[in-house]
Design a protein around this ligand. Structure first.
Ligand code: HEM
Length: 162
């Protein structure tokens, strides 16, 4: 790994590549499902992680949801901004903070926008929690609200560092 920018010290534990040990999807309107996902948080010298997520169907390995973006820290603070473009026609800005003692990050969307022709329902907002359970084990939970469904859990995943 390249050197991690000093401003990222409060979230340096996220650095690297992570692969799901267990990825579960759920939502009031959906049948429960499983998925496989790889995450990358890579610092190339700036006070941010470059972020890549690619999820796949666990059996067919067909690509599913993808995210590309940047997890920025306001240097000298614990404040975070997560800017993401999603392959299904959405962009989002999440804001929040990290707790360096608990090794935990909590983010809430400040803004979501969608392409005019993306499929309904509309995502109104979502919340994301990332938490280091062990030095090599990460948990991510995502809740979302659509125009049909109040804020409900959509994803719960456990990743191992690779
Ligand atoms: C369905 C949003 C991440 C898999 C949906 C729906 C929305 C949504 C709005 C439709 C819900 C409904 O019909 O009521 C999001 C957002 C995500 C995200 C905002 C990230 C911020 C993921 C990831 C996966 C995934 C990482 C992993 C594979 C699915 C599946 C469905 C679904 C399988 C059902 C699709 C269908 O029935 O056509 N998601 N999703 N989502 N999502 Fe996600």
């Amino acid at each position: 790994n390249e050197e991690i920018h000093e401003a990222l010290a409060p979230i340096s534990w996220l650095s690297g590549r992570w692969v799901t040990e267990d990825g579960k999807g759920h939502y009031p309107t959906l049948k429960d499902f499983q998925y496989h996902e790889e995450l990358e948080f890579i610092c190339i010298g700036q006070p941010m992680f470059n972020y890549i997520s690619t999820s796949r169907h666990p059996e067919t390995k067909k690509p599913m949801h993808q995210e590309r973006g940047f997890l920025r820290i306001n240097p000298g603070t614990h404040d975070l901004a997560f800017l993401i473009s999603h392959n299904f026609g959405l962009t989002s800005l999440e804001e929040g903070a990290c707790d360096p003692e608990k090794k935990e990050i909590k983010l809430v969307t400040a803004n979501v926008s969608r392409a005019s022709f993306s499929k309904p329902p509309y995502v109104k907002n979502f919340k994301r929690e990332l938490r280091l359970l062990q030095p090599d084990t990460l948990e991510v939970i995502l809740y979302m609200e659509t125009d049909n469904t109040p804020l409900s859990e959509h994803l719960t995943a456990i990743y191992k560092k690779v």
